[in-house]
Design a protein around this ligand. Structure first.
Ligand code: FO1
Length: 317
């Protein structure tokens, strides 16, 4: 049997880990990773695209695996110098990472699109699979909170996710055009599955799904859509997903994640520790696969990627 063709929808760390597993499992031409750009912002005059960069650094083996963002072996001279000048130093830009932001900002200023510059960077770094920004237009996630509306990185980094969230909105989304290559893939007949990676459903995956036409196109196409729950044992592996769910009045469970994606996905992979939720999730009208989903090692990432592909194949057959 030939290898499946997969479209992965990704935010930052969790999504990038599964994308790496998929990269090691599939021929490069069979994998496309769409990255959320709702976290993007302009800071110190530079266009910063955290989720694209986390995917790029992870797939090129440049990522700092412990920190989850930025590059391994980073130095911080720029930040120290900026701090001494009294500059805005709450968002940490490593010296090597700065090259990425400067390179991208210059390319965008010269008129290239985010898709073009992302493809160029990925090719230069030797990444086989395609990495697509969800859109070339500016979409900005706004966190609605007890402290008022906060631009995403102010909430996430500056305020350390402390404000209680009440909702989210994605400014610019109504006028943004979903990535054309992504839409061609979804509307075409070559995809074997769509994998919603274990990224934050509210601020990483929902921006992609909220782009005009994306949800309708996903619903109209026939290949299986599966998600991997980012909630394991009531906790998010990384990031504020569980805290957000509690603040939104939702239980922090894999079941609540399945409910969030109900109507979109055909199946969900949940962790072994959440096994007892499988029956309730199946009652929502979707397939459930129970597996070891915590990706500590490269082997874990590859195992989960293989499980996702096999699960989607089973659903599709
Ligand atoms: N996350 C942090 O928690 N603190 C930082 O100072 C920080 C800097 C940073 C710089 C470049 C980059 O690409 C990502 C960075 N991140 C940082 C991560 C990022 O803000 C979030 O992980 C994502 O937006 C959520 O997916």
């Amino acid at each position: 049997m030939s290898a499946p063709t997969v479209l992965a929808l990704s935010g930052g760390v969790g999504g990038a880990k599964l994308a790496l597993g998929l990269m090691h499992t599939l021929p490069p031409e069979n994998l496309t990773v769409v990255a959320n750009t709702g976290d993007d912002f302009t800071h110190l005059g530079l266009r910063i695209c955290p989720d694209i960069d986390t995917v790029v650094y992870t797939l090129s083996d440049l990522a700092d695996k412990d920190r989850g963002w930025g590059r391994a072996g980073e130095s911080w001279n720029f930040m120290a110098a900026l701090g001494r000048l009294g500059g805005e130093d709450w968002f940490n830009l490593g010296d090597g990472d700065m090259a990425m932001h400067v390179f991208r900002t210059q390319a965008l200023a010269e008129g290239r699109t985010l898709s073009e510059v992302t493809a160029e960077i990925a090719e230069t770094l030797g990444i086989g699979p395609r990495i697509l920004p969800m859109t070339d237009e500016t979409v900005a996630t706004v966190v609605e909170s007890a402290n008022g509306d906060l631009p995403f990185q102010h909430y996430f980094v500056r305020d350390r996710c402390e404000p209680a969230v009440t909702g989210f909105r994605f400014t610019g989304i109504a006028d943004a055009k979903a990535n054309a290559e992504m839409m061609t893939l979804i509307n075409g007949s070559h995809l074997d599955s769509i994998v919603v990676t274990p990224s934050n459903p509210f601020v990483s995956i929902d921006p992609i799904l909220s782009l005009p036409g994306v949800r309708d196109a996903l619903n109209a196409q026939t290949s299986p859509i599966i998600a991997v729950s980012p909630i394991v044992g009531g906790q998010a592996i990384k990031g504020p997903a569980a805290k957000m769910m509690a603040e939104l009045g939702l239980p922090s469970t894999a079941l609540a994640v399945a409910e969030h994606y109900r109507g979109l996905i055909d199946g969900i992979v949940i962790d072994e520790v959440d096994n007892e939720q499988a029956e309730d999730i199946a009652a929502l009208g979707m397939e459930v696969r129970v597996a070891q989903t915590v990706m500590r090692t490269l082997e874990d990432r590859k195992d989960l990627a293989r499980i996702c592909c096999a699960f989607a194949t089973e659903i599709g057959s």
